[in-house]
Design a protein. Structure first.
Length: 432
């Protein structure tokens, strides 16, 4: 198939590249001409494991190219995917201006039948608005279909997830585009759910809200564990071995963040309110998440007392492991809160330091994770990068002014850390 992706960000670049890997001919379009130039010159605007190699391979094979022109993308392809941002507005509603703008742009260039597929995460009924917009702005009055095809990839595992999806959701208004959509996804060997557009849109918001709920659930359990002296990791293991529950998304932490969960949860809450069924449970999920961060900051300030003028080391800035994405990162929020209290920060992240600099311009960026602790009052682990488990603990203990570690990701064993001479405070394992 000839495919164009409009919006070459985390979702667009991964989807386009993986479609090319599946044998399709793909044009990735972005309005950011600098990004397109960088990609055309062989550079990578984002870090995602395995992506760079796959881009190079498919560009080399002539199946993948980049363009700053929506006109070119629409003219040369049969199926146009929309993968532009859908950021939150103040109050939690979704800013759909990018979707509306791209719908108009596509409509203006359509001269023959096209399938327009929304991959961005959007509120239920957005597909209907896209149909109205294209109908209104299409000069040539040609036929088209609009499809909803929400994306479920996880940053940090995006290529793996895209190539091996649990399921592919295809929301349609008629049977006409189904065959083409199935052909596009045939190389990935996944179960395909064909449904109506509204259901497809709802699947995405309901799924992300459910996952956020699972995280908040275990975080609330972690508080109960601290109050009762139990161990949240063992509780999670015992719960998760029940096949009805499952172990994934049951890791107690600083709370969830990133560019999807907080915004999709707020959006879903707003959608349910607008539809006349305020989903109170989801407000509690948000509240637990906010409180989890408050509790962690309090743990630090209760231990170190006054933070003003104190230097603290922080390992991890990305919102999770394996990514350079710092959008809505709990690690960044934590750093900002510590800075508001007057702390000075020495920080390290394996991939996210460049992107973090805009949000934390005053921090000291340390290239080697083992050097972060030098001269610090305490060390904080804020992102679950697997390499942090290999931290030179002996060196950290000697480098720190006091051997104190706050672990927001439960990477170490509390008994072992105590044996090594640390005051070690983690999440939901024994007394806070
Ligand atoms: P992103 O910010 O990384 O990328 C979006 C890209 O769209 C940017 O490069 C931007 O320049 C471009 N763009 C904006 N307007 C454009 C226009 N008119 N024409 C061409 N390009 C345009 O965003 P993302 O993280 O890829 O998210 C995109 C959508 O996918 C969002 O709705 C998001 O909620 C959803 N989603 C994201 C993830 C994720 O893990 N990031 C996962 C599933 C779904």
């Amino acid at each position: 198939m000839r495919i164009t992706i409009i919006g070459t960000g985390y979702v667009g670049l991964v989807s386009g590249t993986c479609f090319a890997e599946g044998g399709h001919t793909v044009i990735c379009v972005d309005k950011d001409a600098g990004k397109i130039k960088m990609l055309q010159a062989g550079g990578m605007p984002i870090y995602e494991p395995g992506l760079e190699e796959l881009v190079q391979k498919n560009v080399g094979a002539g199946r993948l190219c980049f363009s700053a022109s929506t006109k070119e993308g629409v003219e040369k392809s049969d199926v146009i995917f929309i993968a532009v941002p859908t950021p939150p507005l103040p109050g939690g509603a979704v800013d759909l201006s990018f979707i509306e703008g791209v719908s108009r742009e596509i409509a203006g260039e359509m001269r023959e039948y096209k399938i327009v597929v929304d991959k961005s995460t959007v509120p239920v009924k957005t597909g209907e608005k896209v149909v109205e917009t294209i109908t209104r702005y299409c000069k040539a009055k040609v036929d088209f279909d609009v499809v909803s095809n929400p994306e479920f990839l996880r940053e940090g595992f995006a290529v793996e997830d895209f190539m091996n999806p649990d399921r592919v959701v295809i929301g349609v208004m008629s049977a006409r585009p189904v065959l083409a959509m199935k052909e596009i996804y045939a190389p990935y060997n996944a179960p395909v759910i064909v449904t109506d557009i509204n259901s497809a849109e709802l699947i995405k918001h309901a799924a992300n809200s459910f996952l956020a709920m699972k995280i908040s659930f275990i975080n609330a359990v972690s508080v109960i564990c601290e109050l009762s002296g139990a161990n949240v990791q063992e509780v999670a293991q015992g719960m998760g071995m029940d096949a009805r529950i499952g172990r994934r998304f049951l890791d107690a932490s600083l709370g969830f963040g990133g560019s999807c969960f907080p915004k999709d949860l707020s959006a879903f809450i707003r959608i349910t309110e607008t539809l006349g069924y305020p989903f109170g449970l989801l407000k509690e999920v948000q509240k637990i998440n906010a409180e989890q961060m408050d509790r962690f900051v309090k743990k630090v300030s209760d231990t170190l007392w006054v933070l003003k003028g104190k230097t603290i080391g922080v390992l991890g800035l990305a919102f999770k492991q394996n990514t350079d994405d710092v959008r809505m990162s709990p690690a960044i929020e934590l750093c900002q809160r510590l800075q508001q209290e007057g702390a000075r920060l020495r920080v390290h992240d394996p991939q996210a330091m460049e992107k973090a600099k805009a949000l934390l311009p005053e921090a000291t960026y340390v290239a080697n994770m083992d050097e972060v602790a030098e001269g610090c009052e305490a060390l904080i682990i804020a992102t679950e990068w697997p390499q942090f488990k290999k931290l030179d603990l002996d060196r950290a203990r000697k480098s720190l002014m006091h051997p104190i570690i706050f672990d927001g990701r439960n990477l170490f064993n509390p008994e072992e850390m105590e044996r090594l001479g640390f005051l070690y405070k983690s999440i939901g394992r024994g007394k806070a």
